[in-house]
Each structure stands twice: as structure tokens, then as C-alpha cells.
Design a protein around this ligand. Structure first.
Ligand SMILES: [Zn+2]
Length: 158
């Protein structure tokens, strides 16, 4: 088995035609679905370069290993209630619920990342939105603490 290379998997090409990296207004680059995917469907099987360093579009495979140079998954948008998830053992992007054609594909960055390249404010619109996104092993940084405090006091005034 060569988990990072599957030259005989013809599904790979089909999957590539079913996703597209797009510039999503106000959110930067993201991945849009070009087809309908039922829950549990594999949207993409990915390959890339494994390194011990966190990069802007890298994703954590396991402790100390990060994959970069991927065709799609490095551009996935974060969502606190995402429509997809990454299987880092099979190197697959899987639908968590049915995904419509034209939908932005999202994952929860904290599901794979211990630390983020940069923490950021989130306005994904989910009921359970965490408002400030960190890796799963790191505290909210000073910018995040200030952001959340300002946001809370802003809400109290409204
Ligand atoms: Zn959110």
C-alpha cells in the first residue's frame, strides 16, 4: 500500500472534476462542489508533500506531520458546523452531510490542527460558531481575547 500515491485509482480524476478552487467573496480562496455528494461520499482523495513544518495551506496528518501542496484540501474554508471532514488515515475528504452543487465545502480546522498557522475570527453563521478559531491544542491568543471581549461588549450595547 502506498497511501500517498494511487496511480491506478481512476476515481481521482473524476473527483478533481467535481471540485473547484474558487475565490469566495470576502473569504479568500475556497473549494466549491461542482456535483451533489450524498452523506459519506468521498469528495477527494488527496496527495501532497509531508513535512514537519506548519505552512499556510498545510494540514496536520498526525503529530509532527503536515501535508501541503494538495490540490484542494489546503484551500478548504473553516466552518464550525462543517459539511465535510478529513480522514487523515485514508487521505480522504468525506461528506458529513449531503452537499449540493455550488456549495462551499467546509471542514473544522480544529479537528485536524493542534496549532493553526494563524488564529482568526469566524463568522460562519453556524449555531455553534466559536467566533475565534484556534488549533485544538493552543489557547486563544491576545488578539483573539481582545476580539472576543470587544465583540461581547458590542453585543451588550446592541
Ligand atoms: Zn464559526
Amino acid at each position: 500500500m502506498y497511501p500517498l500515491s494511487s496511480p491506478y485509482d481512476h476515481d481521482d480524476d473524476a473527483a478533481h472534476a467535481r471540485l473547484r478552487v474558487c475565490d469566495i467573496k470576502g473569504f479568500g480562496l475556497g473549494v466549491v462542489s461542482l456535483a451533489f455528494f450524498p452523506k459519506g461520499a468521498v469528495l477527494d482523495r488527496f496527495t501532497g508533500e509531508i513535512s514537519s513544518r506548519i505552512k499556510q495551506h498545510s494540514l496536520q496528518v498526525d503529530e509532527g506531520r503536515h501535508i501541503s501542496g494538495t490540490r484542494f484540501i489546503g484551500y478548504l474554508t473553516h466552518g464550525c458546523d462543517p459539511n465535510a471532514r478529513l480522514d487523515m488515515e485514508k487521505f480522504e475528504l468525506v461528506a458529513r452531510r449531503p452537499i449540493r452543487r455550488g456549495e462551499v465545502v467546509t471542514i473544522d480546522y480544529a479537528e485536524t490542527e493542534d496549532r493553526l498557522f494563524v488564529q482568526f475570527a469566524c463568522a460562519c453563521g453556524a449555531m455553534n460558531c466559536r467566533r475565534w478559531i484556534t488549533g485544538r491544542q493552543e489557547p486563544i491568543n491576545a488578539t483573539g481575547v481582545d476580539y472576543l471581549a470587544a465583540e461581547t461588549s458590542g453585543k451588550a450595547r446592541a
